[in-house]
Design a protein around this ligand. Sequence first.
Ligand code: ZN
Ligand code: ZN
Length: 277
Amino acid sequence: MQNPEFIVRFWGVRGSIAAPGPSTARYGGNTSCVEVRCGGKLFIFDGGSGLRLLGNALKQSGEAHDFDLFFTHTHLDHCHGLPFFAPCYDPRNRIRIWAGHLRPDHEIAAVLGKMMSPPLFPIPLDIFTAKLEFNDFDAGDSLPTYTGMRLLTEPLNHPNRATGYRLECDGKALVYVTDTEHEPGQLDRNVLRLAERADAMIYDSTYTDEEYPAHRNWGHSTWQEGVRLADAARVKTLVLFHHDPEHDDAFMDRVAAEAERVRPGTLVAREGMVLTL
Ligand SMILES: [Zn+2]
Ligand SMILES: [Zn+2]
């Protein structure tokens, strides 16, 4: 392996809608976007508003980029950063875009094209000058990736469907599971399969168990369910993610303290946080 480092950087940790402002400044207001570096390669999970900042950082390097962008699904909070993603406007770049929740009724290229169409958005998808490749697959498939790595997927429980991912590289495993709703009292088998002995699991922690009953069938889970899953699957580090836009920094501090008490070492994702596996 050229570069043994396995690094996860959080560019957007908020769920549902961006929530900027003084009361969310410490945990961050941008929506889902996670940068992963391993084996010298770049992987991006989700393209929420955090994707714009990651794009600016990639552009600043001045280099050409070749990478994969995986969507959990195409609710706007996971893809509306794409039109503002600078690497799409550089013909030297090669970007493979993946989605596992749309077949057989839809295709990712057409869905993103719909998002970028008037009168919802002024410029169409074909304004991008990077070499783009669109790949639809069925959640549950193993995806082709680089030698020495494995990329597994599972369907999640979410309205309009979503895909969970497990990336293995150099003996380490990262799991990315958002947006998903649990069935109370019953651990999700698909999530357990992905999470088994992972080094880190990023998990949909939109609600607390106390808040959850008022949000049944909204497609999201709780940080306490993340703890139960992480314990059952023997996950090393649990990372709480996709924070409710109504949860301000003071609320998130309380979640962090309680999570640390219940499962020491649990992290609450913050914009700018870097995790080394
Ligand atoms: Zn979401
Ligand atoms: Zn969603």
